[in-house]
Design a binder for this molecule. Structure first.
Ligand code: HEC
Length: 216
């Protein structure tokens, strides 16, 4: 009997039942209705989602200015893949030692390349206030009680310095500094919570002389 045919070829069999003037079991009718509702939902979903996204982007005021509040879960969404990538790719061993010479060289590099955004010891950055996400002060104690990134392995900082952090103001330095220089500044930051050679300390404490308008 028709209603006993296997359901696996459902469409074909139901149509042959309708045309043949035979009878269809309630179960088969319900399955047919379920399928129609499912397809209708699918089509509406495919149309409604792009329209909704378009309206959100044009009239929903999504954050585009640095001063705007972040998207819901923006930090989490951006940081999860970043941390996964760094965990995978950051070098695990450090090719140079944290000697006084390397730390002093690191301090000069920091002062020239990084201090405008990340500040100096006791001197916060002017730019940081106007950036989103803000560059963290690397010589201050953060809310975890850690000075800058001194608890990060130097390889993690090296990865960030070499590659930069996308969708933030953190530049990639691999075309600006050579690997030794990038290690020197990474080692300096890993030692930010330890006593530094006097020259390195003076270098990260002396205010920058920025050529501000009206000061020539
Ligand atoms: C133009 C501004 C700018 C400059 C210059 C800059 N940074 Fe950054 N940096 C940022 C921003 C913005 C972030 C925050 C990125 C984020 O929130 O993911 C950042 C993040 C970092 C972090 C990660 C901090 C953390 O808490 O995980 C490190 C380490 C870092 N920078 C080191 C450096 C070093 C070293 C230099 C110089 C060689 C440098 N940065 C130069 C803007 C800058």
């Amino acid at each position: 009997m028709l209603h006993q045919l296997p359901y696996t070829n459902g469409d074909l069999e139901l149509r042959s039942v309708a045309f043949g003037g035979g009878w269809v079991s309630l179960e088969e009718l319900r399955r047919c209705d379920d399928m129609k509702v499912f397809i209708l939902g699918l089509v509406l979903g495919l149309l409604v989602i792009p329209v909704f996204v378009f309206f959100y982007l044009t009239v929903g005021n999504p954050p585009v200015a640095t001063a705007d509040p972040p998207f819901p879960f923006e930090r989490q969404i951006v940081h999860v893949p970043l941390h996964a990538r760094i965990r995978r790719d950051a070098p695990k061993s450090v090719p140079i030692e944290a000697t006084a010479d390397n730390l002093i060289a690191g301090a000069h590099i920091y002062r020239r390349q990084c201090a405008t955004c990340h500040g100096l010891q006791g001197i916060p950055s002017e730019f940081a206030k106007g950036m989103y996400p803000p560059p963290p002060p690397l010589w201050e104690t953060n809310h975890h009680g850690v000075i800058g990134v001194s608890n990060d392995p130097p390889g993690v900082t090296y990865w960030k310095v070499a590659n930069g952090i996308r969708l933030t103001g953190m530049p990639a330095y691999q075309h600006v500094l050579n690997p030794t220089q990038m290690w020197q500044v990474s080692l300096l930051l890993a030692n930010a919570d330890k006593p530094l050679p006097p020259e390195a300390l003076t270098t990260v404490k002396t205010p920058l002389e920025l050529d501000l308008p009206g000061q020539q």
